[in-house]
Design a protein around this ligand. Structure first.
Ligand code: F6P
Length: 551
């Protein structure tokens, strides 16, 4: 802290400077050397977070690096900010809001106060209401307007009101009621809604309109089109809306204005950020798909990691460690991106979900005081499931010129629904998982290549530098609880990074400008209206568009 109580500039703190010096000393030290020097590294550089076994031995770090990184965390007040978050303090300062996704999975007897009111009873009341509704849909008790049971659920939402439930629905598909069709519509491109409903019967279809604000143009547009589709299909009686539309929102007034009965609204609160919301009412479609018990298991998984993050000492704190490792590579290895590579088909949407979580949270370039940062903040997060990536972009990770830290996420057992023959493929999948991190870390030396009799001119091409850092996260099986643990691990990792970088990880002003401009441009496309303030390039593009549209 400075004398005026403000934080020192991060990159002028003694802890940061010490890390810089240490990085110079580390130079080109290779993982081969680090492993040779410490035979216990493979087991020593690991930790357990709930069911997650985390191996960080294949990172370009020594004991000294880890100590210096933890000193940086201590100097930047990570633990203090964490405790303030859990207590319900308004740590989202630019919006004056508490940040309490952790209260969404708190045990019923926990007390978490916002403005003097304990929010936990409200959380559980909504969870119970969701469970009652989910059970009625799943059992066939909730009937559509014409008396038919609901067989299709279409979630309409975008960003945090889509990515979480859509990702988790895929992740937990093996736990879902296979008699229900569950789809997710997010894009304002009409094709999204068209493809989602074209083969559905409106009499059997429930729309779940998910929007924290209930003002998001994409969602309201799609919801309005969905209502038209439904009413056209059911003869136009407005009364049908009450049986086929429910809302997940913080904004009761707008929900009622749209025509949804507030009795069919599942509430959440402004202290839940959109990208941190899927374990709130925003998870309703998922709860309908997997059932309330599995949803509660998911919440318990989140809670396990919340407790770990809150109480584990720094040396054993998983989210702290992962956050600090990311800072290390961004600041001192100029790593620009971070790959998340799940070896599970069910986690096909996991990285897309993390993109919002991480990039909307930490894609910031001014600190909490509004001063420009002169250190790297959030990385570009990318990746797709395992072996598919191996046959696409892994080449660049292995032999390209960039440092790309990567997380490998895998499971010891396949999900139990797989028949024996297909379950047997799991070992092959996991053999790839282990082989890749080994190849990335240790590579293949020119000597090893030559020893295979490779002609000299091909040796450079077949040499693998190695030294590519990876984290391995190995869990017993992909269950609702494990999924909750994984997500909370990343939520808190992102938190740690924002705390050290001294940025507000909980606002997203950067998405606003595009929204405002889109509203301004639309009349130019449809009516040819002159638009104030269009730059020359955009104006010319709009003209081309109008010509192509025949307008
Ligand atoms: O993209 C901006 C954003 O505000 C996200 O943070 C949010 O998840 C998304 O839009 C959707 O917002 P809403 O739930 O209010 O429709």
């Amino acid at each position: 802290m400075n004398a005026d109580g403000r934080r020192s500039r991060l990159n002028r703190t003694p802890e940061w400077l010490a890390l810089g010096k240490h990085r110079e000393e580390l130079g080109q030290t290779h993982l081969r050397e680090l492993f040779a020097a410490d035979p216990g590294r493979g087991t020593g550089y690991t930790l357990q977070v709930g069911d997650l076994h985390i191996d960080y031995s294949k990172h370009l770090v020594t004991d000294e690096t880890l100590t210096l990184l933890r000193e940086l965390a201590a100097a930047t007040g990570v633990a203090e900010l964490r405790d303030a978050m859990f207590r319900g303090e308004k740590i989202n300062t630019t919006e004056g809001r508490a940040v309490l996704h952790t209260a969404l999975r708190a045990a019923p007897d926990t007390v978490v106060e916002v403005d003097g009111e304990n929010v936990v009873p409200g959380v559980h009341a909504v969870l119970d209401k969701m469970a009652g509704f989910a059970d009625r849909v799943r059992s066939g008790e909730w009937l559509g307007f014409t008396g038919r049971r609901i067989r299709n659920v279409v979630n309409v939402g975008i960003g945090g009101s889509d990515l979480g439930p859509a990702m988790a629905y895929e992740a937990l598909r093996s736990f879902t009621d296979r008699d229900l069709t569950v789809r997710f519509v997010s894009n304002v491109d009409g094709a999204d809604l068209y493809e989602a409903v074209r083969d559905l019967d409106p009499a059997e279809t429930l729309f779940v309109i998910a929007s924290k604000t209930f003002t998001t143009i994409e969602t309201i547009t799609n919801a309005t089109s969905a209502r038209t589709w439904l009413l056209e299909g059911l003869g136009g009686d407005q009364g049908a809306v009450a049986r086929h539309f429910v809302a997940l929102s913080t904004n009761e007034e707008k929900v009622a204005e749209f025509g949804i009965d507030p009795a069919n609204m599942f509430e959440f609160w402004d202290w839940v950020g959109g990208r941190y919301s899927f374990d709130s009412a925003i998870g309703l479609s998922l709860m309908v798909a997997i059932g309330p018990d599995a949803f509660r298991e998911l919440l318990a998984g989140f809670r396990t990691v919340d407790e770990h993050f809150r109480t584990a000492p720094p040396e054993q704190n998983g989210p702290l460690l992962l956050g600090l490792l990311g800072i290390w590579y961004g600041a001192f290895f100029d790593a620009q991106s971070h790959a998340v590579l799940p070896y599970s088909h069910y986690l096909s949407r996991f990285t897309a979900y993390l993109q919002q979580l991480d990039m909307e949270s930490n894609g910031k370039s001014v600190d909490r005081d509004g001063s420009p940062v002169d250190w790297q903040t959030g990385p570009v997060v990318w990746g797709t499931p395992g072996t598919n990536g191996q046959h696409a972009y892994y080449q660049l990770i292995h032999q390209g010129t960039k440092t790309i830290p990567a997380d490998f996420i895998g499971f010891a057992r396949p999900v139990p629904v797989l028949p024996t023959g297909l379950a047997a493929q799991h070992d092959l999948l996991m053999a790839n998982f282990f082989a890749q991190t080994q190849a990335l870390a240790f590579g293949k030396t020119p000597e090893e290549v030559r020893a295979e009799g490779v002609p000299e001119e091909l040796v450079p091409h077949k040499t693998f530098r190695g030294n590519h850092p990876t984290t391995t996260v190995l869990a017993p099986e992909l269950t609702p609880s494990v999924l909750g643990q994984l997500i909370a691990l990343y939520e808190h990792k992102v938190f740690v990074q924002g705390a050290v970088w001294n940025i507000d990880s909980f606002d997203q002003w950067g998405v606003e400008l595009g929204k405002v401009l889109a509203k301004r441009v639309e009349p130019a496309l449809t009516e040819g209206a002159a638009v104030e303030g269009l730059d020359a390039s955009t104006k010319a593009l709009v003209d081309v568009y109008r010509t192509l549209r025949g307008r």
